[in-house]
Design a protein around this ligand. Structure first.
Ligand SMILES: [Zn+2]
Length: 134
């Protein structure tokens, strides 16, 4: 195995805390097969390659799954109900996030366009794109 191990300073905790640094979403790309991931891993989930290039992820994407949370954790008590979403970002990478503006299951649909909204709250916040295509 000639692949390098991840560099020091890329511990999981460091990554999670630096997730939205500079109001940008950070992720990783596998230089071997091009797979883009929003989550840190020791190896590429597609090809097993050990090199991971850090890269900026798309700021918008499409909802691929969601649920409505009515009984959230303490930090989000005042925001419930809200949608907990899985978003396929433009350019690759799936990321989980939440949408405080969605108050019912009728307020969102799989396939809806959403964009990242930097927030002081924990988690990755998304909002519907104003000019969403049908
Ligand atoms: Zn790969």
């Amino acid at each position: 195995m000639t692949d390098e191990l991840p560099r020091a300073g890329h511990a999981v905790a460091d990554f999670v805390q630096g997730y939205e640094e500079g109001h940008k979403l950070r992720g990783f790309r596998c230089p071997k097969c091009g797979f883009v991931s929003a989550t840190w891993g020791m190896a590429c989930p597609r090809c097993g390659g050990r090199n991971r290039e850090e890269r900026e992820l798309g700021q918008a994407g499409r909802v691929v799954a969601f649920t409505l949370l009515t009984v959230p954790g303490d930090e989000f008590l005042n925001d419930a109900p809200y949608a907990y979403v899985v978003v396929e970002l433009d350019g690759g990478g799936r990321i989980t996030g939440w949408m405080p503006t969605v108050k019912s299951v009728d307020g969102l649909a799989v396939g809806d366009r959403v964009h990242f909204v930097p927030s002081y709250k924990p988690g990755v916040q998304f909002a519907k794109e104003a000019d969403a295509s049908p």
